[in-house]
Each structure stands twice: as structure tokens, then as C-alpha cells.
Write a protein that binds this ligand. Structure first.
Ligand SMILES: *[C@@H]1O[C@H](CO)[C@@H](O)[C@H](O)[C@H]1NC(C)=O
Ligand SMILES: *[C@@H]1O[C@H](CO)[C@@H](O)[C@H](O)[C@H]1NC(C)=O
Ligand SMILES: *[C@@H]1O[C@H](CO)[C@@H](O)[C@H](O)[C@H]1NC(C)=O
Length: 373
């Protein structure tokens, strides 16, 4: 048995060295393998190669779960170790890619002192339209201080470096975000089908979700939809939407859905090719994630100039209803958008923002619309 295990491990590691990662943690992506005692000065990491598989620069700390910082007990939800990036510090790792493929990076982070901590996540070398994004580390949505974030990019080279950098300039060097669990996933480009004119309408294709992370993955707004970690969709406006999985949440259809957590400050959109004068039905599910998010919710759906408001009364225990918008296309490109009218807060005293769940979005042309429908 032991021998078999060893062979499997050997096989897996050979496999990993020869091919690029397609779905899961980067090597030592959860930082469970740490520096040798001689490479630590207190919690400060000494030497650029001290953390296996990573290159660090600047003031980087190796944090053990349960470690204290002032009055604050630092917790690490996934495993026992994490890193903290001080001002201008970074961690990076070389990764093999399939050139031309789209990827998403998911990482978990926690804010420590400053109200506004940020991380610059980039993939170098990049083309001129640099693949980087500055992600604000907000903690308005989770309950334990940790959040997972996703961003997307296209691999323009067979090899690159994933860089996570803290561009902050906090006064206290012990400040700066904690990072745990960095994963990569290849995104399959979704296609329109005869059953749905929208791409990825059920949100099944999206960023990697950590099996143990029960708080979902925040998808920050993206300017370019081609780099969205949620293929087909653009997160508009200022704030993130949350990607949720059926292992931890109630999801109307399949394994994945979107929770609209930021009221009117975030919207999810897709531009679809339509025929002027044709009638279309936009159908979708509106529900709640079974996460103590209670109250009256409204999801507004837009298609070109038309819109509908779908009210849903949430008891915070899961469930959903169906919404529908019938419209006549007035353009060859119709923007389909969804947003939540209200902000909602969880009723668990955490003060976390939450919202209605959107799933199973379909767009179909109606061949013989009855004139009174
Ligand atoms: C990347 O690919 C090269 C060969 O093309 C290989 O030598 C190297 O070990 C790979 N690196 C990783 C991190 O898998
Ligand atoms: C990760 O680091 C370990 C320990 O240094 C090493 O044995 C392994 O080959 C590294 N993995 C990759 C993919 O580079
Ligand atoms: C983010 O990092 C990339 C490359 O690592 C760099 O080109 C870019 O200027 C950085 N952006 C900010 C705002 O720090």
C-alpha cells in the first residue's frame, strides 16, 4: 500500500513538472512549507528563496495560525501558515502556461491594520496591455476576516511569473495583507449554444474555488471582459460580485451561481448579438444562498431599453423563483445586465454584506410571439 502511494505521488509530481497546472493550488500555494529556522528572523523571512517554490522580496513575514499581533489573534483558515506582505513586498512564482489559454488566479487574503489595503496581482511577462490588476482587500463580505479573490488573464507566453505585490505605504511595517492559498485554473472559453444565446449563463465556468473556503470567491470589477475570471461576463461598476459553490451555499442550478453582494454598486453584464425586430425571452433564477441573508430583495434585469424587477422574499434558508423579461431587440448588440436594488446584511451580527443569488440565465429568441404576451 505504502509503495503504491509512493508511486502515485511520484507519478503526480512527474505529471506536474511536465505539464502546466490546470486546476488547483500552485506548488506550495498554501505556504504550508516554510523557511528553515535559519531563514527566519522572528517571523521575518530572510533570503529571497527561503519559502519553497516562491521568490520573495521586501519585508515578508511567515505567519503561523494563532500567532498574535498586538491584541489581534491571527487566524489562517486554510492550513496553518500564511505570509504577510509589508510595504512594497512581493511574492512570486514561475508557472508554465499553455500559450493563448485563459486562466484565473484565486487567492485568499486578509486585511490586517489599514482600512484600505491593496494587492497588485500580475502575470509577467505580459503584452503591452499589461495583465495586472490592483485588488482592494475588503472584508465586508466574509465573517472570519478572510476573503478569496479571483482575477483573470490570457497567457501570452508559455512561461510567466505570477506576482503578488503590496503597493502599500503603511507606517507600521507589521501592517500589510496576509496571503494564503494561491490557485490557478484554466478557463474553457464558453460558447453560445442553441439552448442559450448567452455564454456561461449558468456560471458553471469560473475561477477555482477552494474546497475548504466556505465564503465564496469575490470577482472584482473588470474593465476588459476578455480577462474576466467569469468567462462571458463583465463585472461592471465599482464593486465585486461573489462566486458561490453548491458545497457551501444553496445554488439554484448546477454547482455555481453569483451572489449580488454590492447592491447597485455592482452589476453583471454580457453583450449578446441580436436581430433587430426579433423578440427574445431572458429567463433567470433569483434566490438566496442559505447564508442568513434575510429580507426583501429585488433583482433588476435589463436588456437594451427594457427592464424588469423581480422581487424575492428571502428567509435566508435557500430557495429561488424564476424571473423573465420579454423584449424586442432594437440593436444588433444587446447588453443584458443584472443588479440588486438593495444592500442586504446578514442577520448573524457579522455586519457582512450579502444579497440575492442569480443563476441559470438564458436568452432565447421567440419564434412566434403572441401579440399580447
Ligand atoms: C516548465 O517547463 C519546463 C520545460 O519546458 C520544465 O523544465 C520546468 O520544470 C517546468 N516548470 C514547472 C514549474 O512546472
Ligand atoms: C517545489 O519545491 C520543492 C521543495 O523545494 C521541490 O522539491 C519541488 O520540485 C518544487 N516544485 C516545483 C513544481 O517547482
Ligand atoms: C502592478 O504590477 C505590474 C507588474 O508587476 C506593474 O507593471 C504595475 O505598474 C503595477 N501597478 C501598480 C499600480 O502598482
Amino acid at each position: 500500500m505504502e509503495k503504491l502511494k509512493f508511486l502515485i505521488v511520484l507519478f503526480l509530481s512527474t505529471f506536474q513538472a511536465a505539464f502546466s497546472i490546470t486546476d488547483g493550488l500552485l506548488p506550495n500555494g498554501d505556504f504550508e512549507h516554510g523557511p528553515k529556522p535559519s531563514q527566519l528572523k522572528g517571523s521575518e523571512v530572510v533570503g529571497t528563496d527561503a519559502i519553497p517554490n516562491w521568490t520573495v522580496s521586501g519585508f515578508v513575514e511567515y505567519i503561523k495560525s494563532g500567532q498574535k499581533q498586538g491584541d489581534m489573534l491571527l487566524i489562517v483558515p486554510e492550513g496553518a501558515f500564511a505570509v504577510r506582505l509589508g510595504n512594497e513586498a512581493s511574492i512570486k512564482q514561475k508557472v508554465n502556461f499553455t500559450k493563448g489559454s485563459f486562466y484565473s488566479i484565486t487567492f485568499s487574503a486578509a486585511r490586517t491594520c489599514a482600512q484600505e489595503e491593496k494587492l497588485n496581482v500580475s502575470v509577467v511577462p505580459t503584452t503591452e496591455d499589461a495583465d495586472w490588476g490592483v485588488i482592494p482587500i475588503q472584508t465586508m463580505y466574509g465573517s472570519n476576516g478572510w476573503e478569496s479573490f479571483a482575477c483573470g488573464f490570457r497567457a501570452d507566453f508559455p512561461q510567466g511569473e505570477i506576482v503578488i505585490h503590496n503597493p502599500g505605504v503603511a507606517e507600521d511595517p507589521a501592517c500589510g495583507p496576509l496571503i494564503d492559498s494561491v490557485a490557478l485554473r484554466v478557463l474553457n472559453p464558453p460558447k453560445r449554444t442553441r439552448a442559450n444565446l448567452l455564454k456561461n449563463g449558468n456560471f458553471e465556468e469560473g475561477p477555482y474555488v477552494f474546497p475548504k473556503a466556505s465564503w465564496g470567491v469575490l470577482i472584482p470589477p473588470h474593465i476588459e471582459d476578455s480577462h474576466s475570471p467569469l468567462p462571458g461576463w463583465i463585472v461592471e461598476s465599482l464593486k465585486a460580485v461573489k462566486y458561490i459553490d453548491s458545497n457551501h451555499f444553496s445554488v439554484p442550478e448546477g454547482q455555481r451561481a453569483i451572489e449580488l453582494v454590492a447592491g447597485k454598486e455592482s452589476a453583471l453584464a454580457q453583450v449578446v448579438i441580436t436581430t433587430i425586430g426579433k423578440t427574445y425571452d431572458l429567463t433567470f433564477a433569483v434566490g438566496d444562498a442559505n447564508n442568513a441573508c434575510e429580507g426583501s430583495m429585488i433583482v433588476e434585469a435589463f436588456a437594451g431599453r427594457d427592464s424588469v424587477q423581480v422581487s424575492y422574499q428571502s428567509k435566508g434558508k435557500g430557495g429561488f423563483i424564476r424571473g423573465k423579461l420579454r423584449f424586442k431587440a432594437v440593436s444588433t448588440r444587446t447588453r443584458v445586465r443584472f443588479l440588486s436594488t438593495f444592500y442586504t446584511m446578514k442577520n448573524d451580527n457579522s455586519g457582512s454584506l450579502c444579497g440575492p443569488v442569480l443563476d441559470d440565465v438564458k436568452l432565447l429568441s421567440v419564434r412566434y410571439p403572441s401579440p399580447h404576451a
